[in-house]
Design a protein around this ligand. Sequence first.
Ligand SMILES: Cc1cc2nc3c(=O)[nH]c(=O)nc-3n(C[C@H](O)[C@H](O)[C@H](O)COP(=O)(O)OP(=O)(O)OC[C@H]3O[C@@H](n4cnc5c(N)ncnc54)[C@H](O)[C@@H]3O)c2cc1C
Length: 451
Amino acid sequence: MAPVDVGRLADGFAGEIVRPDDPGYDAARAVWNSMIERRPALVVRPAGSDDVVAALLFAREQALVVAVRCGGHSIPGFSTCDDGIVIDLSRMRGVEVDSERRTARVRGGSLLAELDDAAQAHGLVCPVGVVSHTGVAGLTLGGGMGRLQRKLGLTIDSLLAVELVTADGRVVRASENENRELFWGMRGAGANFGIVTSFEFQLHPFDGLVTHGTVTHPIERAEELAERYRELVEDGPDELWTSFGIAVGSDARGPVASVSVLHSGSSAEAARDLAGLRALADPLEDSVESRPYLTTQRLFDAPMEWGQRFAMKSSFLASLPEALVRDWVERISRVPAGAEGGFSVWAWGRAIAAVPEEETAFTGRDAAFWAAAEIVWRDRALDDPCRSWARAAADTAAAHAAVGRYVNDVTEVGGDVVRTIYGDAKYERLVALKREWDPDNVFRLNQNIRP
Ligand SMILES: Cc1cc2nc3c(=O)[nH]c(=O)nc-3n(C[C@H](O)[C@H](O)[C@H](O)COP(=O)(O)OP(=O)(O)OC[C@H]3O[C@@H](n4cnc5c(N)ncnc54)[C@H](O)[C@@H]3O)c2cc1C
């Protein structure tokens, strides 16, 4: 890699510039998924919007490929690159809450934990994902699933406005009233159109105490548990988030089936709504209890810590048929020894489906479930078998798939992949938007809409 002369960028740049021979380079180029190892020519950490503009214009002048990073959790590694520039927003963090308007202004490099903490300090919440070290930007620009989604919708459904640096270095705002079509595209395909330096979210009153946990049974009871799960999904209130899982971990108990829940109603309502699930005799474990929402939001931070090797494949499902559950029970036995893998299903619908499909670029609101095969491991020798397991494991679900795919999970690139994420009509609308805002495809490290 030829060294890049950063002289002109360094003049007046208030943030940090990390070059390949700097001591911090290896830490600066690391991303969450250890499968991804790239060597950018530069990692820059802007201190504010002016630095973002300077870094972007410098990259264009030097014809460097541009990667944009918030939390670094992109599973296919879109927030890093070989030989190009990584514009890493990790020095642009922070959340300001306006408790009267119930809104939050979130800087473009913030993590979910910062938004959760700041909102809860005022008895408010924004629906976000379930691992608190994930970046607000990547998660939101793709959609944003989480444990409050049936009550409050996707994260984009609480998004009021974004401020972004566009491909030609302008700072613009997009909302329902300004650059409306761009705002439509930012909600589901946002990584394609610019570098978001700040988000404005609507917050919702939330007392912060929830009933949360997992009921786990031996794998032999998977079909019975799936039946109980379908009833919960059908009959439960919007306050009830539920996920069904089949998994094998590193512990001695072997494969198990489970249902996880988060009930954000009162504890009496939760006890009533969860009685059927908890009445199934002899669970291996029942960890359902009342706890602060903020505790729940951090429970998976350690199991999903940085440094793992990870593969997944997901789809939206129109239904959760018995045959699929049987297939998963059989496939769980093929998870390579030394890895932890499984299937998880999240109930969709309710507040997600209440937003018309055409209102955002995100596609898939009409699905009944989101389902994924996921696998984590640490030993490089397992890379091929683990990736193959995830790819093959999700195949059966394809027969039951609904329209759309969740862009933040899609790891395949090329071909017609992006069309399958958005469907033909939305894809064409996104192409027109891309031609208007990024005709040279500067922002191409994403599920790319080609101009
Ligand atoms: C451990 C883990 C848990 C997860 N849990 C959930 C979950 O509960 N719900 C859910 O919906 N998803 C979840 N995801 C998926 C997650 O939403 C995506 O991986 C998301 O892209 C991560 O965002 P990030 O900012 O951390 O990633 P990054 O890798 O920093 O960025 C992801 C993409 O967004 C672009 N981008 C980043 N910052 C900006 C910006 N400021 N402006 C413009 N573009 C930007 C990047 O270029 C890249 O294309 C999870 C992923 C992991 C690894």
